[in-house]
Design a protein around this ligand. Structure first.
Ligand code: CP
Ligand code: NVA
Length: 302
């Protein structure tokens, strides 16, 4: 693995290797005998807000022996229009790796190509691979894995999280049901890109998605960059809230997951969130362990 640009670009074997490494790194936290990023300097280039991703990468790089600089895109010339490929060619000559949060997936792909250094997608409009890796680690811890499991995603199915889940289901062979209204569903063009046999289904009935689910998953109804659509989204996505009624339809032992930040009583009720807070904040903690695994594998060129 040279970069982490998307879940789409990973194989099932690569995803498994990352999760295996994350399990080890989590167990050994505080006692790392190897420092795979020793002597390295990584940059984090962010054009959108972040709490979890920023903190987990800053801690993770340091715990693996490296140093890290956080660069808001507004603080560097990128924010004044310097092309990403020029930024990449400069940074590639100085840094050992880059972690990028931005809008267009193509910008992360271009940075990887022109910089020649390991590049990690820390969220684009298309995908959020780091979050999915943490979610899979949490599934392994709480459900014993994803084999034969059914994940149900509610809300903006076409957002970066819905799309990333679809690729994870396709690569690993588990079932994903996406419940979303018209205009927020994975579209036909996207579905046509999934490999034959992918167990990804679409419905506009949240009850159908929840039936027999092992994981109920949701995300904000207003992704970063969509703020001007907020009023419309809050109305149109309302029937897709994760609430007690949906929980009742799910499998016994169902877990509730949210990539956070959560907007209570919009995409998830206060009661469901708080009654599953241990699972949700374990998921948030796992960002650190999953991303350390990615960093260590990239540093080793594996
Ligand atoms: N889930 C997630 O990526 O959170 P942040 O936006 O706080 O990084
Ligand atoms: N879909 C959300 C995820 C936030 C972590 C967004 O893009 O804003």
């Amino acid at each position: 693995m040279n970069h982490l640009l998307s879940i789409e670009s990973l194989s099932g074997a690569e995803i498994n290797a990352i999760i295996d490494a994350a399990v080890t790194l989590k167990a050994e936290r505080g006692n790392h005998t190897v420092q795979p990023l020793a002597g390295q300097c990584w940059a984090m280039i962010f054009s959108k807000s972040s709490t979890r991703t920023r903190v987990s990468f800053e801690v993770g790089v340091r715990e693996l022996g490296g140093s890290v600089m956080f660069l808001s895109s507004n603080d560097i010339q990128l924010g004044r229009g310097e092309p990403i490929k020029d930024t990449a060619r400069v940074m590639g000559r100085m840094l050992h790796g880059a972690i990028i949060r931005t809008f267009a997936q193509q910008d992360v792909e271009d940075f990887a190509q022109y910089s020649g250094i390991p590049t990690i997608n820390a969220l684009t409009d298309d995908e959020h691979p780091c979050q999915i890796l943490a979610d899979l680690l949490t599934m392994r811890e709480l459900l014993g894995g994803w084999e034969d499991k059914r994940v149900a995603f509610f809300g903006d199915g076409a957002c970066n999280m819905g799309r990333s889940w679809a690729w994870a289901a396709a690569r690993l062979g588990f079932e994903l049901a996406v419940a979303a209204p018209d205009g927020y569903q994975l579209d036909d063009e996207f579905m046509a890109q999934l490999p034959e046999g992918a167990k990804v289904t679409r419905t506009d009935d949240p009850k159908i998605a929840a039936e027999g689910a092992d994981v109920l998953y949701t995300d904000t109804w207003v992704s970063m960059g969509r703020e001007n659509e907020e009023a419309k989204r809050l109305v149109e996505l309302k029937p897709f809230q994760v609430n007690e009624a949906l929980l009742d339809l799910a499998n016994e032992g169902v877990i509730v997951q949210h990539c956070l930040p959560a907007y209570r009583d919009y995409e998830i009720t206060e009661r469901v969130l708080e009654s599953h807070a241990d699972q949700i904040f374990q998921q948030a903690e796992n960002r650190l362990h999953a991303q350390k695994a990615v960093l260590a594998l990239l540093a080793a060129g594996q």
